[in-house]
Design a protein around this ligand. Structure first.
Ligand code: GDP
Ligand code: MG
Length: 176
């Protein structure tokens, strides 16, 4: 992790998961408390920052976002390199995004450091009636890989703060 003058530490975290699962929405909800029902496709790679307090220390978190359709192809190793953590996101309303998790998980494990913290995030929990992925199945997937699982809604804010904070706290425990 890098040091900076205004904050005590800088953490780079990345968003991974299929296109449309809500990565950019989670990012804008967490960093700006904004949400839009319109999908704005992410062009290339973007990042936003937010300062978070952990243990009385100020951590500047750089959250990197990319368009999911670039998966396995043009996402450069650069995106993963130096990432200390990732939110591995799928869409609770779309089983295929859950089935694709393994490929994302392997990408992270292959390209980010072995120490990279991961939290599994099932997004869009506000639409319970349209759910295609059961809590038990997602939880089992996470347990098998020894990573936490959380269900979020960027739309109604459920657990968004908690998801990012839990990842940041995990990184803090690993590195500081
Ligand atoms: P990305 O491609 O992974 O960055 O996904 P986006 O953030 O662009 O979101 C894709 C679509 O899902 C957009 O229409 C969002 O408004 C919608 N969306 C994102 N998060 C949620 C959520 O928590 N609940 C619901 N109902 N829709 C969401
Ligand atoms: Mg996006």
């Amino acid at each position: 992790m890098a040091q900076s003058s205004s904050s005590d530490y800088i953490f780079k975290i990345i968003l991974t998961g299929d296109s449309g699962v809500g990565k950019s929405s989670l990012l804008s909800r967490f960093t700006r408390n904004e949400f839009s029902l319109e999908s704005r496709s992410t062009i290339g790679v973007e990042f936003s920052t937010k300062e978070v307090q952990v243990d009385g220390k100020t951590i500047k978190v750089e959250i990197w976002d990319t368009a999911g359709q670039e998966r396995f192809m043009t996402i450069t190793k650069h995106y993963y390199r130096t990432a200390l953590g990732t939110l591995l996101v799928f869409d609770l309303l779309k089983a295929s995004t859950f089935q694709n998790l393994n490929q994302w998980y392997n990408e992270v494990r292959a390209n980010a450091g072995i120490e990279c913290s991961i939290i599994l995030v099932g997004n869009k929990v506000d639409q319970r009636h349209k759910r295609e992925v059961l809590y038990e199945n997602a939880k089992r997937y996470a347990d098998e890989r020894n990573i936490p699982y959380i269900e979020t809604s960027a739309l109604d804010t459920t657990n968004v703060e908690q998801a990012f904070r839990s990842l940041i706290a995990d990184i803090y425990r690993n590195w500081i």
